[in-house]
Write a protein that binds this ligand. Structure first.
Ligand code: SF4
Ligand code: SF4
Length: 214
C-alpha cells in the first residue's frame, strides 16, 4: 500500500478530493507524488479549466497568469541553483519589486515570470503552492493540511531571506488585502515546528508529514 493515498469523499453535499496517510514514515514527497496525477487528470472537474475538464499542462485559462506565488524554501533554493544565480540576484530579477518593498517575496506576476507559452518553464522545481493548487473542491481536512505545509515552507523562505539580509522593507503603505493576509499567515506560521525542518531540508522527502495535522 502507498504511504499516501487519494480518495474522493463528500462533505456538505459536495464531492471532493481527500488524502489518507497510511504510514508514520510518510513525507512531503510521498504526498506530492500522490497529488500530481490530479494535475494531469483530464477527467477531473476543474472549475476554471476549458469546459471544466483538462490537464493543467497547457491550460488555456491558466491560474499562472494571475497567481500570487511566494515559493517555499526548497523550491526557492532549487530555482536559484537552476538559474545559477546568487540569492540576491535571483530576488532582484525574478521577484516583484513593489512586494519586496513591503517585505514579501512574490514572484513576478501577470503572468508568472516562469510561464512560457502557457507552460511552466520550471515545472519540476515549482513551489508547493503551485503544486497543490488545483481548481477542484478539496475536503476541509486535506485543504488545511496542504496549505499548512505550503505556508510553513513559505515562512521558512521568509525567515531565510530575513536572516541573510535579502529583504529591504521600505514601507508597509499600499499593502493590498492579499499582502496583509499573507503577512499574517507568515507570522502565524513562524513558530510551527515544520519551519525548522524546511530550513534544514534539501528535498521534500526530508520533511515528515507527521509534523502536520490531518
Ligand atoms: S488549476 Fe490552474 S492550470 Fe489547472 S485547470 Fe485550474 S486554472 Fe487551469
Ligand atoms: S512557477 Fe510555474 S506553476 Fe507556478 S505560477 Fe509560475 S508558471 Fe505557474
Amino acid at each position: 500500500m502507498d504511504k499516501v493515498e487519494l480518495y474522493y469523499g463528500t462533505e456538505n453535499g459536495k464531492s471532493g478530493i481527500g488524502i489518507k496517510i497510511h504510514s508514520q514514515e510518510a513525507n512531503v514527497d510521498d504526498l506530492l507524488q500522490a497529488w500530481q496525477p490530479l494535475c494531469d487528470d483530464s477527467g477531473l472537474f476543474k472549475l476554471y479549466a476549458a469546459s471544466n475538464y483538462s490537464e493543467c499542462k497547457g491550460c488555456s485559462v491558466n491560474c499562472c497568469n494571475t497567481a500570487y506565488v511566494i515559493p517555499d524554501l526548497i523550491s526557492f533554493r532549487k530555482m536559484a541553483r537552476h538559474l545559477n544565480l546568487e540569492y540576491s540576484d535571483f530576488i532582484d530579477r525574478f521577484f516583484q519589486k513593489e512586494k519586496l518593498e513591503l517585505g514579501l517575496l512574490r514572484m513576478r506576476p501577470n503572468p508568472c515570470i516562469f510561464l512560457k507559452e502557457n507552460i511552466c518553464s520550471i515545472y519540476a522545481l515549482r513551489s508547493l503552492i503551485c503544486r497543490f493548487y488545483i481548481c477542484s473542491y478539496i475536503l476541509g481536512d486535506t485543504e488545511q493540511l496542504i496549505y499548512s505545509i505550503a505556508w510553513t515552507g513559505i515562512t521558512a523562505t521568509q525567515l531565510f531571506a530575513e536572516a541573510k539580509g535579502l529583504l529591504h522593507i521600505n514601507s508597509e503603505a499600499g499593502s493590498s488585502s492579499f499582502d496583509l493576509l499573507f503577512k499574517k499567515l507568515i507570522n502565524d506560521y513562524r513558530d510551527h515546528p515544520g519551519v525548522a525542518l524546511f530550513m534544514n531540508a534539501r528535498e521534500y522527502k526530508d520533511i515528515p508529514l507527521s509534523v502536520f495535522k490531518l
